[in-house]
Design a binder for this molecule. Structure first.
Ligand code: C5P
Length: 224
C-alpha cells in the first residue's frame, strides 16, 4: 500500500497543529527548508514524539565528506528519509550510503518543476527520460534504494529498476499546478506504482486539511 507523505511547507504553528490533529494516522511528515532552517528540532521532535515518520527534504548537494556529515546529522535527528541530489556524484552517494543504516536515502534526479528547456540551460542535451534514467541507474548502482520522481516518469523507471518510488507533484483535482510542471493526479501516481505520494499545497490549502487527509487514506488502501 502506498504511503502518504505531507509536505509541511507552511507556517510553524500551522504545521504543529496539523501534526497534532493527525495523531495516530499512518502518515509521513516531510520537513523542508521553510521549517527546518527556522525551527529545526522544534519541528522534528514533535513529529517523532507523535509517532510519525520524519522525512527531511534537504536535498543534499555537496562534496562527499559534507554529504556524509549531513547524513550522520539527519540520523541524529531521527530522520527516516533524507533526500540527496544524485548529481552530487557517485563518491558522495557512496559515502552517504556507507553511514545511512536505517535511514532511507532518496535520490533526486530532475525536480518536478523542471522540463527539457531547463536541461538545455545546464548544457544537457538528453531528453528528460534519458536524463532521469541515467541518474536513476547511477543512484541505484551506488546503493541508494529510493528515488524521488515525477509520476510521469514512474512507469518507465519501474519497468527498468526495482526501487522505492517517492512521487511529489501530485494534485487532487483541477487545482493549480503552480510552480510544478510534471504533475499527475493521485490516482495516476498510485496506478503508476508510487510507493509514497507527497502532497503539500493540495492538503495545506484545502478548507479542512484533516478531512482531506481522511479522504485520501482509504484511496491508498485500495492498492496493494
Ligand atoms: O505543494 P506541492 O504538493 O507541490 O509540494 C511538493 C513538495 O515536494 C514540495 O515540498 C517540494 O519541495 C517537494 N519536491 C518536489 N519535487 C521534487 C522533490 C521534492 O516537488 N523532485
Amino acid at each position: 500500500m502506498p504511503k502518504l507523505c505531507i509536505a509541511l511547507d507552511t507556517e510553524y504553528e500551522n504545521a504543529l497543529k496539523l501534526v497534532k490533529a493527525l495523531r495516530g494516522k499512518d502518515i509521513t511528515f516531510k520537513v523542508g527548508y521553510k521549517l527546518f532552517i527556522s525551527h529545526h528540532r522544534r519541528i522534528t521532535e514533535p513529529i517523532k514524539e507523535e509517532g510519525f515518520e520524519l522525512f527531511l527534504d534537504l536535498k543534499l548537494h555537496d562534496i562527499p565528506s559534507t554529504v556524509q556529515n549531513g547524513v550522520l546529522s539527519a540520523k541524529e535527528l531521527g530522520a527516516d528519509y533524507l533526500t540527496v541530489h544524485i548529481t552530487s556524484g557517485r563518491d558522495a552517494l557512496r559515502r552517504a550510503v556507507e553511514v545511512s543504516d536505517g535511514l532511507k536515502l532518496l535520490g533526486v534526479s530532475l525536480l518536478t518543476s523542471l522540463e527539457e528547456e531547463h536541461l538545455k540551460d545546464f548544457g544537457v542535451c538528453l531528453s528528460k527520460e534519458e536524463y532521469v534514467l541515467r541518474l536513476a541507474s547511477l543512484a541505484l548502482e551506488c546503493g541508494i534504494t529510493g528515488l524521488v520522481c515525477s509520476g510521469k516518469e514512474l512507469p518507465l523507471l519501474k519497468s527498468r529498476f526495482n526501487f522505492f518510488a517517492v512521487v511529489p507533484g501530485v494534485r487532487l483535482g483541477q487545482e493549480e499546478r503552480e510552480d510544478q510542471r510534471r504533475v499527475v493526479s493521485l490516482e495516476e501516481a498510485i496506478r503508476n506504482g508510487a510507493d509514497m505520494v507527497v502532497l503539500g499545497r493540495s492538503i495545506l490549502r484545502s478548507q479542512d486539511p484533516v478531512k482531506t487527509v481522511e479522504d485520501i487514506l482509504p484511496l491508498l488502501q485500495t492498492h496493494p
